[in-house]
Design a protein around this ligand. Structure first.
Ligand code: 0L1
Ligand code: MG
Length: 263
């Protein structure tokens, strides 16, 4: 049940999406609506999604955020969150990220899943996810919170589509049975220097647990993860700020590397 009227939800969706499309900073929406709850926040996020679909953009996947203890602690929250990915978020491996389209981007090294069968909660677990996974593929998510100076809270972040902005997939996929996802190591280098290191277990103990959680959260809305869905499971490393001129290279154990240049 939302506490905000449909009119206010649409007005906030218009405001936040405008900030995304024009790379304009937003002020925390809970300053204006302190009583808004997570249902309101997801209603705003879904309104943004509908606006993009109506304009002809295609949904390209889903993402789960705040899946690492470090990130949850940083934000003082206990709950991971989810958002959507659109076709124009997808950028080529080894390509350029246009910083003038973004506000203050940060990068996260992630393991992405592509499903081959639907997943529906409640009760979805790692076993269901592994059985329904076509392949896993390395990914870098470029998040770009629209909020001025990162002044936000969980409801404001959910409404802002969990800071989703761009993502880059690697070229090497793997059968989930061939990857030890808990000890799967990543090394993130910015401008040739190691910026972050991590292992897959940083993501809720096992990256597949993030997909299961997404299926269970969507199940509460009567939705499922359809077959053929790309799911970004959340940062294995902390998010690292990038600026124009920076080069990023992330090495993924046994799965090659993902690189990009911020121009
Ligand atoms: O992908 C994510 O983990 C979402 C992060 C949302 C908060 C932020 O912008 O740091
Ligand atoms: Mg992420």
């Amino acid at each position: 049940m939302t506490t905000l009227s449909d009119e206010i939800i649409e007005e906030l969706a218009d405001y936040l999406e405008g900030c995304e499309l024009e790379a304009r900073e937003a002020t925390k929406i809970t300053d204006r609506y302190p009583g808004m709850d997570f249902d309101d926040a997801y209603a705003i996020q879904y309104a943004i999604r509908r606006r993009k679909l109506a304009r002809g953009n295609r949904l390209s996947g889903l993402k789960v955020g705040l899946t690492s203890r470090a990130k949850m602690k940083q934000m003082g929250v206990e709950t991971p969150i989810y958002g959507f990915l659109m076709d124009y978020f997808d950028r080529p491996e080894g390509g350029e990220i246009e910083t003038d389209q973004l506000i203050h981007p940060k990068v996260e090294a992630e393991l992405a899943f592509v499903t081959k069968a639907p997943l529906k909660g409640p009760g979805c677990h790692i076993g269901n996810v592994l059985a329904a996974t076509d392949f896993v593929i390395p990914a870098v998510e470029i998040i770009d919170s629209r909020y001025e100076n990162f002044r936000f809270d969980l409801a404001s972040v959910i409404a802002d589509n969990c800071s989703s902005s761009r993502y880059v997939l690697g070229g090497q996929m793997a059968d989930p049975a061939d990857v030890d996802m808990r000890s799967f190591g990543v090394v993130m280098e910015r401008n040739g220097e190691v910026a972050e290191l991590g292992a897959g277990a940083a993501v809720l103990g096992h990256p597949a647990a993030s997909v299961a959680l997404l299926a269970n959260m969507l199940g509460e809305r009567g939705e499922e993860i359809p077959a053929g869905t790309l799911v970004l499971t959340g940062g294995i490393t902390a998010a690292v700020a990038m600026e124009r001129g920076d080069c990023l290279n992330v090495r993924y154990q046994g799965l090659g590397s993902v690189g990009m240049r911020f121009v």
